[in-house]
Design a protein around this ligand. Structure first.
Ligand code: NAI
Ligand code: MG
Length: 360
């Protein structure tokens, strides 16, 4: 029997409610696939500040480092908004990502046929869209030095630096090709190699790594064209690999092709321990009401099985279960439309967990 240790960090707002549903679904998957999952819960964000005075306590770090993977809810909320920046809940996320050295951020944008009306694009353009954005997360213009606002003669100058070392490009390219191997076997590398030298190097290194992955198709696209193509004909993409900033922007565009915030998961990988979390925040406006959509978190837990435990069949089973529950017309409030059956956070979790146990 495969044994898995998962660190669970519920966090704030809707975090605890949605994480609880993901655990139900993981337990159902464990039952069906013969896994033994042990969970260790730890404090993070505002919940940790209230208890210990800091957003990312040492005890949490220890629990995280002794796990195989981390499931995170969300952090933050108005209660902690007046704290100074260095001890705000959101600081914990930076600390966590740094601790885990997760340099690759995977954000899938997958359309559920049942929610096709939620998209702002025409059904024929959007139907069947399934894109995985692989965004470099630890380097690039968000980190490059020099950065800051300086005095230059009689005015000020704002500076950020786009900087990529070869090994940083190499490792993210490798992640993208590996991911593509498990999917549609196509990678589009997005750069601005007609203008930015840093991305000339990027393109060169991606080409080089590609030689080890000849079963995967590779093409290159300038970022401005990519932005246009994502809206024009999103089905041409399988895996998109790109720099930190381009990935930040393009992954939001891809995500919104498919509709609701409450549906979208993410995985951050590259280190020994993967981090899985919904892309939305702690939704303080609906916290504690049992109305939040747990599917983004459930889908994040599903990604854990593929990317941390090499069990894509489990992700597939969870995905099928989600689709089946949606097909039966069950909806949380955020994705509700007329004629559907409105369910609570808890009920949605129960329905999906039940379906995981039986769906073939
Ligand atoms: P948010 O994503 O929490 O909420 C935006 C809107 O979407 C709200 O109306 C919310 O009710 C709704 N929403 C979000 N997730 C939902 C779900 N699962 N089901 C149904 N509706 C959902 O973003 P917002 O309001 O900007 O931030 C709230 C707090 O969360 C802030 O303190 C912010 O710093 C923090 N935050 C934390 C993140 C994280 O932990 N990774 C990411 C983004 C924000
Ligand atoms: Mg962003």
């Amino acid at each position: 029997m495969k044994r898995i240790k998962v660190a669970v960090l519920p966090g704030d707002g809707i975090g605890p409610e949605i994480v609880r549903q993901a655990i139900k679904v993981m337990d159902a998957a464990a039952e069906r696939f013969g896994l033994e999952i042990t969970y260790k819960e730890a404090l993070i964000g505002g919940a940790a500040i209230d208890e210990t005075g800091v957003p990312f306590p040492d005890e949490t770090k220890e629990i995280v480092l002794s796990s195989d993977a981390v499931l995170l809810g969300a952090v933050g909320g108005p209660k902690w908004d007046n704290l100074e920046f260095s001890i705000r809940p959101e600081r914990a996320l930076l600390g966590l990502r740094k601790l885990l050295n997760t340099f690759a951020n995977l954000r899938p944008a997958k359309l559920y046929d049942e929610l096709i009306d939620a998209s702002s694009l025409k059904p024929e353009i959007i139907k069947g869209v399934d894109i995985m954005v692989v965004r470099e997360l630890n380097s690039g213009i968000y980190f490059g030095i020099p950065k800051g606002i300086f005095v230059d003669g009689d005015e000020r100058v704002g500076i950020n630096t786009l900087r990529y070392k070869e090994h940083e490009v190499e490792r993210i390219a490798r992640v993208a090709f590996e991911v593509a191997r498990k999917r549609g076997k196509k990678v589009t590398s997005v750069d601005k190699a007609n203008v930015l030298e840093a991305t000339v190097l990027w393109r060169e290194v991606v080409e080089r790594v590609h030689k080890e992955y000849e079963d995967v198709e590779l093409n290159h696209m300038y970022v401005d064209n990519a932005a246009m193509q994502i809206i024009r004909w999103p089905k041409q993409f399988d895996v998109i690999v790109t720099t930190n900033m381009f990935g930040d922007i393009l992954s939001d565009a891809c995500a919104m092709l498919t509709g609701s915030l409450g549906m979208l998961p993410s995985a951050s990988i590259g280190g020994k321990i993967g981090l899985y979390e919904p892309i939305h925040g702690s939704a303080p406006d609906i916290a504690g009401q049992n109305i939040a959509n747990p599917i983004a978190t459930i889908n994040s837990a599903a990604m854990m099985f593929t990317y941390s435990f090499d069990m894509p069949e489990v992700e597939e089973a969870i995905d099928k279960a989600v689709r089946s529950v949606l097909a039966k017309g069950y909806r949380t409030k955020d994705i509700y439309s007329e004629g559907c059956k409105l369910v609570s956070t808890e009920e949605m979790g129960d329905l999906i967990a039940e379906e995981v146990k039986i769906a073939k």
